[in-house]
Ligand binder design. Structure first.
Ligand code: ATP
Length: 298
């Protein structure tokens, strides 16, 4: 039943209205919920690529939900999507905060809410994409259900069979090294650094610490050995991160009943070149676009 404001004025005083009701915009005309897309998945599965594919086909802008990529710096080590792959789509919360401060879950929720408002004010759809599942959970399942009462969500998850993903992320670490990851991380090396704060928590920074400390005192062979050990540790830790992320997504699906559309990209990772691009379109980008278009327009 829609109650007019004048009737409300006659029958209720502000003091009669519970504060929770005031918070939920009692005096605003009832309107449909705003729509938001949330794109999840373990590291390396292709979330960034898919977010750009969706945003080039639908009126959307992207909000990063990787709590490490939100910091400025370490673009190679943290695997930020390069400018040229963003296809001109605005990316919010990517490389915007100091490398030396922490982004708490509360900071993330505040910044993401602000970005969503700004995107919606331009009649665009926010696509929240990234791997920090506990922060996504803090945003979506807040204590007083404000997010759920205001937004309708379409959850998508890019899924890749773990052995295939492990192989891929290990090769990705080798590529990062080729692209200059060691010097990039060296620029953040400080013998007294705190690895529990800011961007220094990124996989790659603590792992290279022993190598940077010992480097000046070792011969070439010893340096090479230590470097290989650090690279192997980065690969192991990236695989562990992928497993943890998938466990968290499983918990959100099974224990919290989030209705997450799983899109299986495993086959894409078994192909190369043109075959890979075709499989991506057929198995991932195409079906995901259909799911999101159905959510937005039907
Ligand atoms: P929790 O806060 O409970 O650990 P989460 O899902 O919010 O879970 P993740 O985003 O998975 O956290 O990050 C956990 C850790 O994984 C980070 O502290 C960092 O060490 C590493 N990590 C995450 N994203 C990246 C990244 N893009 N580059 C390098 N390391 C990362």
């Amino acid at each position: 039943m829609i109650v007019s404001l004048s009737l409300c004025k006659q029958t209720m005083s502000l003091l009669d209205i519970p504060s929770g009701v005031l918070k939920s915009n009692f005096f605003r005309p009832r309107q449909e919920k705003e729509k938001v897309v949330i794109l999840m998945g373990a590291t390396g599965t292709g979330k960034s690529r898919l977010s750009v594919d969706l945003a080039t086909r639908l009126p959307a802008e992207i909000i990063n939900s990787d709590k490490i990529q939100v910091h400025a710096g370490l673009d190679i080590a943290t695997n930020k999507i390069p400018e040229e792959e963003r296809c001109g789509i605005p990316h919010h919360m990517l490389g915007v905060i100091s490398p030396y401060t922490d982004l708490t879950a509360t900071d993330f929720v505040d910044m993401a809410s602000h970005a969503m408002d700004s995107i919606l004010s331009r009649s665009q759809v926010p696509i929240i994409a990234g791997g920090s599942n506990s922060y996504i959970e803090a945003l979506v399942d807040d204590e007083d259900f404000r997010f759920r009462s205001r937004y309708e969500c379409c959850f998508l998850c890019v899924d890749v069979a773990m052995p295939v993903l492990h192989q891929y992320v290990s090769e990705r670490v080798d590529k990062m090294v080729e692209m200059g990851m060691i010097d990039e991380v060296r620029s953040f090396f400080d013998a007294n650094a705190n690895y529990a704060v800011g961007i220094r928590k990124a996989i790659g920074v603590p792992e290279f610490d022993r190598y940077f400390r010992a480097e000046p005192y070792l011969d070439k062979q010893q340096r090479g050995k230590l470097l290989q050990e650090a690279i192997q540790e980065i690969k192991r830790n990236t695989c562990k991160l992928a497993c943890r992320q998938l466990e968290k997504i499983d918990r959100l699906r099974n224990k919290k009943n989030w209705k997450i559309h799983m899109v299986d990209a495993t086959e894409v990772f078994r192909r190369r070149g043109k075959d890979e691009d075709e499989a991506w379109e057929k198995l991932v980008a195409g079906p995901s676009t259909e799911i999101v278009a159905e959510f937005l327009y039907n």
